[in-house]
Design a binder for this molecule. Structure first.
Ligand code: ATP
Length: 341
């Protein structure tokens, strides 16, 4: 029988609960320090205790996963803590497309895929002296918004960069990425593409809450002006959102374009869950600054099913359960190769 394995963090509880609900064996690769936490959840059948998640690459861990016929579900922790080479070297079948995770981590590749998918993106700014409008300055890789800052001019950019360097938040030789700031309503759009059904499903929308940019919005302008703290975009949590129904058609189109572009650019394409992240402006025009090519933590708010999935399924369907359903169907019909890499 196939089992489901994942790393103990990010959205592992949802993933394993969904797998258990589908009748699959569940395995958690768990750091020693979190053993007590994860033992609280009876739907986790087996814990593989490790000192660091990189041990998932070791023979010992891989052979336990192999004995259990495990499919590994990748999530944000895997992407944040392992290099693309390490992820690509994992022997256990990885759900979705492990090759596309490199396209998520590398800024140039990311932009290329987003352009290929015709996603409207904020304009990149190549040099600080070219800053004309409000920009957001980002660090390389998935830093989760930590150390990001906004700047309105070259002078402003230099002052904030120097402040963050002196605070040890960013390093002197770090290459920063500058992009025009897109103002509007944040919306993180999550989809699931089933390679078995060759069908795209829209799962739901969430919003991220980021500190301390949101904290700044809660104080009066007078105090904001006096503050010389550089606010960051560190993700703290997520909350649900539903869209105006008139926006849905465009949402599906964006998801479909992304799936089509991924098929062309990085075989076998964007299989499984993914998220297109951006903002809606005052004309309800979407600008996307990011995608995640795997399950996102925002799906944790819909452990009991999302509003859009309740339209597609006559049962409670979380993203974790949807993944397990695909694995189960593939396993029963001998198509595991179709849903893993
Ligand atoms: P993660 O890997 O956790 O998704 P990341 O390091 O790749 O994060 P982004 O998602 O690109 O970073 O940006 C972090 C946050 O910064 C976003 O959630 C959003 O609030 C804000 N942000 C990023 N780019 C823009 C932009 N161009 N305009 C407005 N806000 C932006």
């Amino acid at each position: 029988m196939t089992s489901i394995a994942t790393l103990g963090s990010h959205c592992s509880l949802q993933v394993l609960k969904g797998a258990k609900d589908e009748g699959l064996k569940t395995i958690l690769v768990c750091e020693k320090k979190r053993e007590k936490l994860y033992k609280r959840f009876p739907f986790i059948d087996e814990l593989i205790i490790v000192d660091t998640f990189k041990e998932v690459l070791d023979k010992k861990c891989q052979s336990i996963l192999e004995e259990n016929n495990a499919v590994l579900i990748p999530h944000g922790t895997l992407v944040a803590q392992m290099s693309s080479e390490e992820i690509e070297s994992i022997k256990t079948p990885v759900f979705g497309n492990k090759w596309i995770l490199r396209w998520e981590s590398d800024r140039e590749m990311k932009e290329k895929l987003m352009r290929e998918a015709k996603l409207p993106m904020p304009k990149p700014v190549t040099e600080p002296k070219e800053i004309e409008k409000l920009v957001i300055v980002k660090r390389q890789g998935a830093a989760g918004g930590k150390g990001y800052f906004m700047a309105a001019s070259e002078e402003d950019y230099n002052a904030k960069r120097n402040q963050l360097i002196s605070q040890g938040i960013i390093s002197k030789d770090e290459t920063l990425y500058i992009q025009e700031y897109a103002a509007g309503v944040l919306a993180y759009l999550t989809f699931f593409y089933s390679p078995l059904k060759e069908e795209l499903e829209f799962f739901g929308v969430d919003q991220r809450h980021e500190s301390d940019i949101e904290g700044l919005g809660r104080i009066p302008a007078e105090q904001q002006m006096k503050s010389n703290k550089v606010p960051s975009f560190n993700v703290i949590g997520n909350s649900p959102l539903v869209l105006r129904e008139s926006l849905l058609d465009e949402v599906y189109k964006m998801g479909e374009n992304f799936v089509e572009a991924s098929k062309r650019v990085v075989s076998p394409g964007m299989n499984g869950p993914f998220c297109i992240e951006g903002v809606y402006d005052e004309n309800a025009k979407f600008t996307s600054f990011e995608f995640s090519a795997r399950i996102v933590a925002g799906s944790n708010i819909y452990m009991d099913g999302s509003p859009y999935y309740s339209l597609l399924f006559n049962e409670t369907m979380s993203m974790g359960k949807r993944i397990a359903r695909e694995v189960k169907t593939a396993s029963e019909s001998n198509q595991i190769d179709k849903i893993t890499t």
